[in-house]
Design a protein around this ligand. Structure first.
Ligand code: SAH
Length: 212
């Protein structure tokens, strides 16, 4: 189930789908996805599918995690990254291997507690977690040269745009019934924002407020 060969097959599939950043590929290869799932689902961990993690939420599909990580690194290495929607902690664990520090926010406390345990098990010491509504960002830890959201807002929360450093890049799904993955780059000289639509997407919605 968690054999090297099963994981290698997933990596081959991602590369077939166009994932080519070597760092991203090796971070996914090194991340044991099965520990982010309940035992009953662990045998499906290396399929390229989104899988349920409770509270109506899902662990992102490996392709999505890979694609978003690749986009995040497309303007060069990132030092401080804000992640909205820790969920299981899987994407967080992948990011922890790719950037200097990851600040990850989750609105559902029981999910965050589980993610915290898993990330401790993997000994990622550059990860900081907070139970809060990610739409307000994490001002004390910012500005961020990367922001990545795993939940789709109808409009990009203004606080996130404010906390994006000049030269920073924000990756998020955007929209309601119809969503697109978008990439916002903040010009290092003018501070202006440039938004690019990447591809159609399907994420859980960004929901305001917190749940205990
Ligand atoms: N990358 C995660 C995906 C989790 S799904 C993984 O690999 O497991 C998206 C997550 O976003 C859910 O856990 C959901 O609770 C969370 N979320 C939705 N709206 C949010 C908000 N306003 N603030 C923080 N987290 C939010």
């Amino acid at each position: 189930m968690t054999s090297r060969r099963t994981r290698e097959r997933l990596i081959e599939r991602l590369m077939d789908q166009g994932i080519c950043n070597f760092q991203v590929v090796s971070a996914i290869r090194e991340t044991p996805r099965h520990i982010f799932l309940d035992e009953a689902l662990a045998h499906r961990a290396y399929e390229d599918d989104a899988l349920p993690i409770g509270f109506n939420q899902t662990l992102s599909q490996p392709y999505t995690v890979a694609r978003m990580s690749e986009l995040l690194l497309s303007y060069g290495p990132r030092r401080r990254v804000l992640e909205i929607g820790t969920g299981s902690g899987y994407q967080t664990a992948v990011l922890a291997q790719l950037v200097e520090r990851v600040y990850s926010m989750e609105r559902i406390e029981p999910l965050l507690d589980k993610a915290r345990q898993r990330l401790r098990l993997l000994k990622h010491e550059n990860v900081f977690l907070r139970h809060a509504d990610g739409a307000i960002g994490w001002e004390e830890a910012g500005p961020f040269d990367g922001i990545l959201s795993a939940a789709a807002p109808e409009q990009i929360p203004p606080r996130l745009l404010e906390q994006l450093a000049p030269g920073g890049v924000l990756i998020t799904p955007l929209g309601g019934d119809e969503q697109h993955l978008v990439m916002v780059y903040r010009d290092p000289e003018t501070g202006e924002y440039d938004m690019q639509e990447i591809e159609p997407a399907r994420f859980v919605p960004l929901v305001r407020g917190v749940l205990r």
